[in-house]
Ligand binder design. Sequence first.
Ligand code: B16
Ligand code: MG
Length: 214
Amino acid sequence: MKAVIFDLDGVVVNTAKYHYLAWKKLAGDLGFDFDIRHNERLKGVSRMESLNIVLEVGGITGYSQEQKEELADRKNQYYLTMIENLDQSEILPGIPEFLDKIRNAGYKTALGSASKSGGMILRKLGLESKFDVIVDGNLVEKPKPDPEVFVKGAQLLNIPCEECIVVEDAKAGVEAAHAGHMKCIGIGDPMILGEAEKVVNSTEELVTVDLEHI
Ligand code: B16
Ligand code: MG
């Protein structure tokens, strides 16, 4: 194995809660409650696909493409306001140590995030220099579970996909890794991420994983 490709939201930083709160606020504007129970479905999927899920949960149909774009933009404005003061304190536990450990061991590192704010968030967290390559939602068109975001990372690193390991917290991301012929370490619930080669409970456990035997 030569490289580790990191999802951002839910792996490097807990922005998932701000995505959730921003969608909840939008749902409030539209007159319904978006409950945390439905949030798992939004993880790792694109902004527009997330909007479709939120509208489905609210039983809302009939919006034009233009109206949907306005709603997605509005949610993004809520989200950007919520993450304005994001800083290093929100980096998930063990991530800086894991990055240092694997980089010292010679692995290359990449970000592979569906979020258009991915690069900006890494800068806010002061982690930009820990990644050899940064691929975010601005560089790719096809949302996870399409492997494009990870394959692009491997290409920019100049490393074959088969020698890359993806770290993901979302089912769509595990599927994307496998579609790209990469191995995957899941962070979270084995019931949801069971298809990953290895699942750990939290980011803190990443340093204990033997990357050559997953
Ligand atoms: P944006 P990841 C994903 O980030 C989030 O998990 C998902 O909830 C979000 O809709 C998507 O990015 C797009 O984000 O609206 O900021 O472009 O997990 O791929 O790092
Ligand atoms: Mg994620």
